[in-house]
Design a protein around this ligand. Structure first.
Ligand SMILES: *Cc1c(COP(=O)(O)O)cnc(C)c1O
Length: 401
């Protein structure tokens, strides 16, 4: 991702900033588009992963729909040119104001997470003399086998409607004249790398659509959610997520009936690898037990490592080996440049919290004040989660073009 020219360009810039490789973003989007088009699948981009305007414009230009989780995301999607007929709105706590905004915007569908929400959307639609399309978000109780902090599809999670409530859902749908049932929705978690998990999800979806059809509802849309993971350990080897493998699981295991549409909501897999957080070393603190590298970026710029115990690869850009080792793949040297791996550092930020640590005991070449660092795979749930805690400056973005 970083050649000498780019690193020289970074030298001139104030840090920290998010660097976006727009070429890589387009390559990723193209791969996703080609893989989903092959089976006629519809992809909605999960906007919460990254709503940087340039990123949104690029994604919109491929014709993807938008998956929103707030009224403001609905508005932003439409303002950035996403087709309102391809906007879906999920979330366990949609406020009346947000529901009204989405009704006014004539979005494609609400993904509804409780019986009470169905009744509220019906009432608000009735007041506007509108009919709202709804899909029922079902909690399939499928274990996503990802970190428990980002698992959403188990009975113990707050999301979706559990199987034992479905009779109540059916009864409510029959009573609500301002709702149009369009289908069923699922989202079991994030950073899913074991594709077998999606096979289990398909089996649950097949059962659920049969249940609805047996109860007299026509299921037009099967929305499988998102969650496809990326490789945080080897971003240069596995640069583009396995879209082919992912969509093929659904092609193979989902029971798609004539006239049905299959929808997806991908966030992370579309944007994670195209960005890195670039930061400088402010101070090197050598201690008796630990050596610390204090960066000028912290949890206020990138909180995933602190919030989810997430791993993100950390590189010293200023001390990359002069020539890459020819014939040796990234995975063979286990992500580290072993020839200089003489030092272990805790890489921390400047924020007044002990949890403000990107990673402990990182093997790195000896590092010095002023060295440029990159924290890789930061395009998803990075810039969007930045905060003003400690009255920090708003984090800047730099683009490859
Ligand atoms: C966050 C979210 C997604 C996207 O998840 P990724 O792991 O980024 O693919 C999809 N659907 C819903 C309902 C979400 O909340």
């Amino acid at each position: 991702m970083f050649d000498t020219d780019l690193i020289n360009r970074f030298q001139q810039l104030e840090t920290p900033f998010y660097y976006y490789d727009m070429g890589l973003l387009r390559q990723t989007l193209e791969a996703c588009k080609n893989a989903s088009d092959r089976y006629g699948f519809h992809v909605h981009y999960a906007m919460k992963a990254n709503f940087n305007p340039k990123v949104l414009n690029a994604i919109q230009s491929y014709g993807f729909g938008a998956d929103c989780v707030s009224g403001n995301e609905v508005k932003a999607a439409i303002a950035h040119g996403f087709d309102k007929g391809k906007v879906v709105f999920a979330g366990v706590g949609k406020s009346d104001k947000e529901i009204n905004a989405a009704l006014d915007a004539d979005i494609f569908c609400f993904n509804v997470e409780s019986v009470q929400e169905l009744i509220i959307i019906n009432d608000l639609a009735n007041a506007k003399n509108k009919k709202a399309n709804v899909a029922i978000r079902i909690n399939p109780n499928v274990d996503a086998r990802t970190h428990h902090f980002i698992t959403t599809g188990l009975d113990e999670n707050k999301f979706g409607i559990n199987g034992w409530q479905l009779n109540d859902v059916a009864e409510t749908l029959r009573k609500c004249a301002n709702l149009q049932f369009v289908g069923i929705h699922f989202h079991i978690g994030s950073q899913i790398t074991d594709l077998e998990v999606y096979k289990s999800l398909c089996i649950r979806i097949n059962e659920m659509q049969d249940w609805f059809e047996d109860h007299g509802f026509q299921v037009k849309v099967l929305n499988t959610g998102g969650g496809l993971g990326v490789d945080y350990h080897y971003p240069d080897t596995n640069t583009i997520a396995d879209f082919e493998g992912y969509f093929k699981v659904f092609r193979d295991f989902l029971n798609v009936k004539p006239g049905q549409e299959v929808h997806f909501e991908l966030g992370r897999a579309m944007v994670a690898q195209c960005s890195a957080l670039v930061s400088r070393v402010l101070y090197v603190k050598n201690g008796q037990k630990k050596n610390f590298l204090v960066l000028d970026a912290g949890m206020t710029e990138l909180i995933r490592p602190m919030l989810y115990q997430a791993y993100q690869k950390i590189e010293n850009l200023s001390r990359k080996p002069a020539s890459p080792q020819v014939g040796k793949s990234e995975s063979e040297d286990s992500g580290h440049r072993t020839q200089d791996s003489k030092f272990k550092y805790d890489v921390v930020g400047p924020i007044c919290e002990s949890t403000d640590c990107f990673q402990k005991d990182v093997e790195l070449p000896e590092s010095f004040r002023g060295d440029l660092f990159a924290i890789r795979t930061a395009g998803a749930y990075g810039e969007v989660m930045a905060s003003g805690y400690n009255l920090r400056d708003k984090v800047q973005s730099v683009y490859s073009e």
